[in-house]
Design a protein around this ligand. Structure first.
Ligand code: GUN
Length: 290
């Protein structure tokens, strides 16, 4: 059984991105620039935003951070986005999700200029991906592909089962894997799927992005499967300093012995998401339509 660690993959990507960031800096006579908008005080979101800032600093990417109060109106957030859309010093705009309930997520995502949508959530970018002309692609799916490539895991002709149909992971990942060149046969399962365990047992590659701690148990995994765990769940743990620990969507201890390869949590897919966000930000800075 092979443990597919994310750090080695991310380190390799960061090495390439350091050079690219410096090249773009020379070309533009300014660093690439990412605007990050956080509304409210969700602790997990705040911690993701802090990691994004650290990654920018590692690569010499400028970051503009907007921490708005939890009662920010949709109109106020839209006005902020519009100002960033038209600011030619800003290459990428990211609005951390989830948003407070008074703000409609679709409205906000649709308001971000597609050419600055480094999250790849805008309908234009999602549609482009679906027809095989990807522009900005959602970062976690991109990170998963980068891991498969690094560990030389071929997907051609393989049955890939994805558990979870989110716009951020499940749907874009399915679109990427079914594309020519990746050539996987993809099944997207979700909370309403009948007899989930017999479906997931038939997977050559099982990718789990459902957001439930320990959801996938040993009986759901075939011998010799490759398991990619996208879950990042906080579970209470009084023995830790923070009072919680991070676990994946897969019950790792019981599932790992059955696998040919598996990603750990933490230490697996997690670090890849931000690496690919940096990739998208530098790619955006290289574009001339901003
Ligand atoms: N919330 C959870 N994942 C993501 C992500 O990839 N991007 C943004 N903007 N918010 C998120």
């Amino acid at each position: 059984m092979q443990v597919l660690k994310g750090k080695a993959v991310a380190d390799q990507i960061y090495t390439t991105l350091e050079v690219e960031s410096a090249t773009v800096h020379d070309l533009l006579r300014r660093p690439p620039c990412l605007a990050v908008l956080l509304v409210g005080d969700d602790p997990a979101s705040a911690s993701y935003v802090a990691s994004k800032q650290r990654a920018c600093e590692r690569l010499g990417i400028d970051h503009r951070d907007y921490h708005l109060p939890a009662d920010t109106t949709e109109a106020a957030l839209l006005a902020r986005i519009e100002a960033l859309n038209t600011d030619d010093q800003v290459d990428g705009i990211l609005v951390q999700l989830p948003l407070p309930e008074q703000i409609n997520e679709e409205t906000i995502i649709g308001a971000i200029k597609a050419a600055k949508d480094v999250d790849g959530f805008h309908p234009y970018n999602v549609g482009s991906l679906l027809i095989g002309m990807p522009t900005f692609v959602s970062c976690t799916p991109l990170g998963i592909l980068a891991m498969l490539d690094y560990y030389e895991i071929a997907t051609s002709g393989k049955h890939v089962v994805i558990i979870g149909r989110s716009n951020i992971v499940g749907k874009p990942l399915a679109a990427l894997l079914m594309q020519k060149g990746r050539d996987a046969t993809v099944t997207v399962a979700h909370s309403r799927t009948n007899d989930l365990a017999s479906l997931t047992r038939s997977a050559d590659i099982l990718i789990v992005a459902i957001g439930r701690a320990g959801f996938v148990t040993a009986d759901m995994v075939g011998e010799g499967a490759i398991v990619i765990d996208v879950g990042i769940n906080r579970v209470a743990d009084a023995s830790t300093k923070r009072g919680y620990r991070i676990v994946g969507d897969v019950a790792y201890e019981e599932v790992a012995p059955k696998c040919k390869a598996i990603t750990p949590v933490p230490g697996g897919v997690g670090v890849m998401t931000i690496a690919m966000l940096m990739h998208n930000t530098i790619a955006s800075a290289k574009r001339t339509d901003n």
